[in-house]
Design a protein around this ligand. Sequence first.
Ligand SMILES: NC(=O)c1ccc[n+]([C@@H]2O[C@H](COP(=O)([O-])OP(=O)(O)OC[C@H]3O[C@@H](n4cnc5c(N)ncnc54)[C@H](O)[C@@H]3O)[C@@H](O)[C@H]2O)c1
Length: 389
Amino acid sequence: MSSRAWTLPGIEHLKELLTPFSSTSSGAHCKSRKGIKQHGSVQSPALCDLKVRASKKATIPSSKRSSKRSSERFFGGIRKNSLKMNFFLEMLKVFALTTYYMLESLVFLFVPKRKKNVSGEIVLITGAGSGIGRLLSLKFAKLGATLVLWDINQDGLKETRSLAEENGAVRIHSYICDCSKRQEIYRVADQVKKEVGDVSILVNNAGIVTGKSFIESPDSLVEKTMEVNAMAHFWTYKAFLPAMIASNHGHLVSIASSAGLIGVNRLADYCASKFAAVGFAESISLEMRALGKTGVKTTIVCPYFINTGMFDGCSTKWPRLLPILDPEYVAEKIMTAIRRDQELLLLPRSLYFFFAFKNILPVKVGVLLVDFVGALHFMDYFKGRAKKD
Ligand SMILES: NC(=O)c1ccc[n+]([C@@H]2O[C@H](COP(=O)([O-])OP(=O)(O)OC[C@H]3O[C@@H](n4cnc5c(N)ncnc54)[C@H](O)[C@@H]3O)[C@@H](O)[C@H]2O)c1
């Protein structure tokens, strides 16, 4: 609904409210639309204008005035009714489409969407030197994509590269890039554009974790966490999204976390960075829709703990309900989500129910649930990656 439709009756109402005052005080002082002094104060042109009209009104015979008022009331009523009608029609549209989309997802549960072909796509993966980034690189390699691998860890990158070659990749380009540094991201991005071409699938995967209580977390690590887990997404999008928009083709993948949907004890900076990543990715997705760039797809991934080493030492309270995930399983699910243009992927599935309940239940019940799943003690035995990694 246009904002104009909402503001018009507001102006009418304002006029009606002002009329009794205007008719008692003369608008004769208002000589021009610039606004002039009256009784020592400066009036706005709009108010002036209203007063002039009101003064004119005062000179109109009362029979004409009352017929004008009744016609204003009549048209005001029509406007109000059309507003109500618009609201009703839009609500109807929302209900109809909601039903349609619910049925559509039900159908897709039984008849999954076809997976898109990614061969020939230029896929950039940050943090490709280990864990999920490495596994995704190998999977894209098998599907014939051109790989652009970024990491800060040279040895890890070399290992991923040779594994990708074993998996059949022929076009691999690896770059040392510290994703916590905006200028470095822009510099390496320019190099990629010159040497490889426009990236069409961007996977923001690089991530770090401090793993301490907030007060114990060194400022430098808090900043680094925000830079790698969130800010790097801004700069990579700035570098590669314009080409995707221009060709209306591409895919933005944000490897966030379930910690981007719920706060966790002793993960304050990590959760803040992942909330930022989720909010950013969701907003860009809407921006693409608003621009009509439906060829630029988006996928946000929010997994629970994965057994990659990043969260070594962390435990889960109910392994059946919330298991520590196998990296291979997670990478496969991410690939499927990307290839089916799935917007949001939560892993494991139980998280969908958990987050739905968390958002509709009273806060105290939410905290109870958080405690039930063990989020107050997840990090008690956190070791994380050894320094040499
Ligand atoms: N492991 C988990 O339990 C878990 C759970 C949810 C989400 N995630 C997210 O999944 C992603 C992958 O995690 P993972 O488990 O594979 O961890 P990982 O530690 O195995 O991989 C992270 C990679 O990022 C790289 N990296 C770190 N800082 C960098 C920087 N400044 N510039 C460039 N590269 C940098 C590392 O060298 C490493 O190769 C991360 O974003 C992480 O936050 C992990």
